[in-house]
Design a protein around this ligand. Structure first.
Ligand code: GSH
Length: 252
C-alpha cells in the first residue's frame, strides 16, 4: 500500500479525512507531523499550511475538501458525493457550511479546554520523541495554538455565536431531509463533514476527543444542550452506526 495520511491526532479536519478514507474502504497508513514543523512538508508537497495531507502514489493533496474530490474522481466505488447534480450541489453546500463552522468549533473549544492536561496528552503522547519533554512543550503548544487560532475572549465569544448559528441552520437542513442523512438516503460527504467537525464538542466515543471529559460550566451547558437536540443526537447516532473507525487516530 502506498497511501499515507499525514495528520495531527487531535485535528477534526484530519478525523474528517480518516472517515472519508474509511468510508471508501481504502487502505492507508497514518503518520503524525509535528505541529509547526509540519509546514515544511505541507508547503513543499501541496503548497498548503495545514493537515490533513494525503499522499496517494505520486499524488499529494493538501486540503480535506480537495481530498474528497480527489478520492471520488480516482476511486469510483462508494461515492462521497452523489452524481445527481442537484444532490451533489446540496452536499457541496453543506460541506462548505460545516468546514467554515469547523474553524469556530475549534477556536471556541480550545478556549474552553486548552488548560486541561488531557488535551496535551492527546496532542503530544503519540510523538515518541516529544513525549518525554511534554512538561516543557505543553506551555509552548498552548501559546502557539492561542496565537494561530486566535483564541481570545472576544473572538471565542463570536465563534460560539457562529457555531450555534451553524448548528441551527444545519439542524433545520437535516430535519428537512427527514433527520437521518443530510442529502438523499445515504451517508455522504455532507454527513461526514458535519459529524466530524462538530464531534469535539461531544467527546464522541472512539474519537481523539473521547478522553476530554473535564468541562467548564459553559462547555457542559453547550454539551448538554446539543445532546438534547436532534443535531447532537444525530452526531452520536451517525458515529455509533456509520463511523466504523479503525482506531488509527493515534497515527505513527
Ligand atoms: N481547510 C483545511 C483546514 C485544515 C486545518 O485547519 N488544519 C489544521 C489542524 S485542525 C492545521 O493544520 N493547522 C496548522 C496550521 O495552520 O499551521 C482542510 O479542510 O483540510
Amino acid at each position: 500500500m502506498n497511501r499515507t495520511l499525514y495528520q495531527f491526532p487531535l485535528s477534526h479536519y484530519c478525523e474528517k479525512a480518516r472517515w472519508m478514507l474509511d468510508f471508501k474502504d481504502l487502505d492507508y497508513s497514518v503518520k503524525n507531523l509535528f505541529p509547526a514543523a509540519h509546514r515544511l512538508m505541507t508547503k513543499l508537497r501541496a503548497n498548503s499550511d495545514t493537515v490533513p495531507l494525503l499522499n496517494d502514489g505520486k499524488e499529494w493533496i493538501g486540503d480535506s475538501t480537495e481530498i474528497a474530490f480527489y478520492l471520488d474522481a480516482k476511486y469510483l466505488l462508494r461515492p462521497l458525493l452523489p452524481s445527481d447534480p442537484v444532490l451533489r450541489s446540496q452536499v457541496v453546500r453543506i460541506e462548505n457550511i460545516a468546514d467554515k463552522a469547523g474553524v469556530h468549533v475549534r477556536r471556541w473549544i480550545y478556549g474552553e479546554i486548552l488548560d486541561n492536561p488531557e488535551v496535551m496528552d492527546v496532542m503530544l503522547n503519540d510523538y515518541a520523541y516529544a513525549k518525554p519533554f511534554k512538561k516543557y512543550l505543553a506551555p509552548l503548544m498552548r501559546k502557539g495554538i492561542m496565537q494561530l487560532y486566535q483564541v481570545t475572549p472576544e473572538k471565542t465569544a463570536i465563534s460560539l455565536e457562529k457555531m450555534l448559528e451553524a448548528v441551527h441552520l444545519l439542524e433545520q437542513m437535516l430535519q428537512n431531509n427527514g433527520g437521518r442523512y443530510f442529502v438523499g438516503n445515504n451517508l455522504s460527504l455532507a454527513d461526514i463533514s458535519v459529524a466530524s467537525l462538530f464531534a469535539p464538542i461531544l467527546s464522541v466515543p472512539d474519537t481523539p476527543w473521547e478522553s476530554i471529559q473535564t468541562r467548564t460550566e459553559l462547555l457542559q451547558k453547550v454539551y448538554d444542550d446539543l445532546l438534547e437536540r436532534p443535531f447532537g443526537q444525530w452526531i452520536m447516532r451517525v458515529y455509533a452506526e456509520e463511523r466504523h473507525a479503525k482506531g488509527n487516530w493515534h497515527g505513527d
